[in-house]
Design a protein around this ligand. Structure first.
Ligand code: SF4
Length: 698
């Protein structure tokens, strides 16, 4: 059949949290034609290099086609029976907290919902956490402290209505390229000013009016200065502050903080603050440079404090905007896929919320306390408290901090099952049972992007071999564990309707997340569902939050949180004199299981590297392209030297994509200590300490 005879299908890009719409057409030979969806509100037809290369990453090559037990091909019946038996046996012998799920922002909302329901409602433990813990848990914690719920106040359109956009710890040009394209277009059209706050000079700085290369981890001190100057300049919005509590304490903490730790001059700080103060329409975008820190939640609240104090929130062109790393990081937050949350933004600590969920699910028990967050979960795997572990669409043997220790922990676990599209990941190789799951172009369901827009992912290609959707695999295990009625799903549409009904209960508790307006969708409606921003109720559809002064704490008020600068946990010294920053490159995604298949994408930056300043390179006798041994207290890696003044003296940068599969000696997260933010549990991935020598040593 000619490829043009296949219908064009609307779906969503499976990479970053921008959530661009794509139009897919099967070519009849197992491949796809891909173009940007001109009608999707996130991208209006644009795609970045990764999205444009999606067609090069599909196909049967490298796919896991059948279940495997102990490395041998097995039937679905045997594999699922073994998974259910092993989990049941561990629970019966050691209790529900002896098992855990570690899942992923790659899961669709329907998959996530079933995983969360199985663990929190029927196994009776909260031990389900996600790789989103490594991505935006600090934002979740900051939002909840300030707003009472994990609510993104604004929308992408705010970037086009703002007069000043401040990008904090965000290399938007490489990590959320289509949003960056929208921002640059706005700059051209209306002269939007752009400020980048980042220790490193990134591609995003090319389009900026100001770059503040602050010291790593010092964001709180900078935004505290801004809050103090808002007050001193008489620019606090007293009328809006009546809708909040905590201003005096936050201001007192801010005034006591010392901006000397930022490494910026007074003139630089003044220039930034004056620009912020004299511009009413300000959006502050923040990314992993804020989140991946032992003070990440405080950084988030330092930013939110300034928007709350000035009333610049939830109005056109005004507000904070966190950008999520994964396609469905937001959907995972909404369904309660984090160990400290219940579905639909209900609180695990609230007995009424727990009862409502238990009644709705007709579940035996809903846990009354948080489960193990990612770093603690793998510690518990390592010390034998977790007896059965299910890892879904993620590669923690590479991507968790202290990756060597995590890898050994997974290997030593009594029973590990991995669901993925490939057996060729460092984690999949450690599994007792491997389950073949469908990949993005074969999946049906929904995702939510960084501005609360729910979009459909639609199946365009047939699954290869025996691959199955994640929701179906999870539901079958639930049934085999004895919960037949609760997991008797036949389609993602059915799961979505149940989820939408549950959100209506959350809405009655006064929570923000309410999509009950979608609970009566027919299968055909669900199939046709257009991108829609929540909330979606009978009376409300989309829009912004908090401009009206209504928050989700019990008293209806928002909170300013007193925060002061805390240094990164590890300090440089004679043994480890350099500060290691980690991050993404433009054309790779996570551990490269998909983007690594595209020669075009791999041509951008072909191998792992370490950026080092010329002053440090000279001090260590390093020449361009030398191989370097990078050593931290936790591990080591071998990387190619790139000498550049984009990093500051005393600081180095390495991308985090390369793995045991593509570059066995370049596992960056083996260098990262498992230090976490005490509020959010998010690891400090951007402030390790390392030493560097030439490899082999001269
Ligand atoms: Fe995909 Fe993100 Fe690129 Fe959009 S910006 S095409 S969602 S990777």
């Amino acid at each position: 059949m000619d490829g043009s005879t296949f219908p064009e299908i609307r779906s969503t890009c499976p990479y970053c949290g921008v959530g661009c719409g794509v139009l897919l057409r099967a070519d009849g030979q197992g491949g796809l034609d891909v173009r940007g969806d001109p009608d999707h509100p996130a991208n209006r037809g644009r795609l970045c290099s990764k999205g444009s290369a999606l067609a090069e990453t599909v196909g049967p090559e490298g796919r896991l086609l059948t279940p495997r037990i102990g490395g041998q091909q097995a039937s679905w019946a045997d594999a699922l029976g073994l998974v259910a038996d092993k989990f049941r046996a561990a629970i019966d012998r050691y209790g529900p907290d002896s098992v855990a799920f570690y899942v992923s922002g790659q899961l669709l909302t329907e998959d996530y919902y079933v995983a969360n329901k199985l663990m929190k409602g029927f196994i009776g433990s909260a031990n389900i956490d996600t790789n989103s813990r490594l991505c935006m848990a600090s934002t979740v914690a900051g939002h909840k402290r300030a707003f009472g719920t994990d609510t993104v106040p604004g929308t992408y359109e705010d970037l086009e209505e703002a007069d000043l956009v401040v990008l904090v710890g965000s290399n938007l040009a490489w990590c959320h390229p289509v949003l960056h394209q929208r921002l640059l277009a706005a700059k051209q059209a209306r002269g939007t000013r752009i400020v980048v706050i980042d220790p490193r000079r990134t591609a995003t700085c090319d389009g900026a009016d100001m770059h503040l290369a602050l010291q790593p981890g010092s964001d709180v001190a900078l935004f505290n200065r801004l809050l103090a100057m808002l007050y001193k300049g008489g620019l606090v919005d007293r009328r809006f502050l009546r809708h909040t509590d905590g201003f005096d304490a936050a201001l007192k903490a801010a005034c006591a903080d010392d901006t000397g730790v930022t490494g910026l001059s007074d003139a630089q700080i003044d220039a930034f603050c004056q620009l912020w103060l004299k511009t009413e329409k300000v959006v502050t975008v923040f990314g992993q440079g804020v989140n991946q820190s032992s003070s990440g939640s405080d950084k988030v609240n330092a930013i939110l404090n300034c928007h709350l104090a000035s009333g610049r929130i939830g109005k056109p062109g005004m507000g904070p905007l966190s950008v999520t790393g994964q396609p469905n990081a937001m959907g995972g937050r909404e369904v309660g896929g984090l160990a400290n949350m219940l579905a639909c933004h209900l609180d695990i600590e609230n007995p009424d919320h727990r009862t409502a969920i238990r009644d709705f699910w007709q579940a035996p028990a809903v846990p009354d306390a948080s489960g193990l967050k990612a770093v603690d979960m793998f510690r518990a795997v390592g010390d034998g408290r977790i007896k059965a572990l299910w890892i879904i669409h993620t590669n923690p043997a590479v991507s968790m901090p202290d990756a060597d220790i995590v890898s050994a922990a997974i290997k030593g676990c009594d029973f590990t099952v991995v669901s993925d599209i490939t057996a060729a990941t460092d984690t999949a190789r450690l599994a007792d049972v491997l389950l073949p799951a469908t990949a993005w172009a074969e999946k049906d369901g929904t995702v939510t992007n960084s501005d609360r827009t729910i979009s459909r992912q639609r199946s365009t290609l047939p699954p290869p071999g025996q691959a199955r959707p994640d929701w179906a695999i999870l539901a079958e295990v639930g049934r085999r564990m004895g919960f037949a009625r609760a997991f008797d799903y036949t389609s993602p549409a059915e799961i979505f309707r149940e989820y939408a009904r549950l959100s209506g209960i959350a809405g009655r508790f006064g929570r923000d997340f309410d999509i009950s307006g979608l609970m009566d969708l027919t299968d055909a409606d669900y199939d046709r569902l257009l991108p829609t921003r929540w909330p979606i109720t009978e009376t409300r559809r989309g829009g912004r939050f908090f401009g009206d002064g209504v928050f989700f704490h019990g008293d209806g008020k928002g909170r300013l949180i007193p925060v002061t600068y805390r240094a990164p946990a590890a300090q440089t010294g004679p043994r480890f004199p350099l500060r290691l920053n980690t991050g993404r490159v433009r054309d790779q995604w996570h551990t490269m299981t998909r983007t690594g298949l595209s020669p075009r994408l791999s041509a951008h930056l072909a191998e792992p590297f370490l950026e080092i300043h010329p002053v440090d390179a000279s001090a260590y006798g390093i020449s361009p392209a030398d191989l370097l041994r990078v050593i931290s207290p936790n591990g080591q890696a071998i990387l190619r030297a790139r000498i550049t003044d984009a990093v500051q003296p005393g600081q180095v940068f390495a991308p985090m994509h390369w793995t045991g599969e593509t570059a066995p000696s370049a596992r960056i997260d083996a260098l990262v200590a498992p230090v976490v933010d005490p509020v959010s549990g998010q690891p400090e991935s951007k402030a390790s300490v390392v030493a560097v020598t030439r490899f082999p040593a001269a």
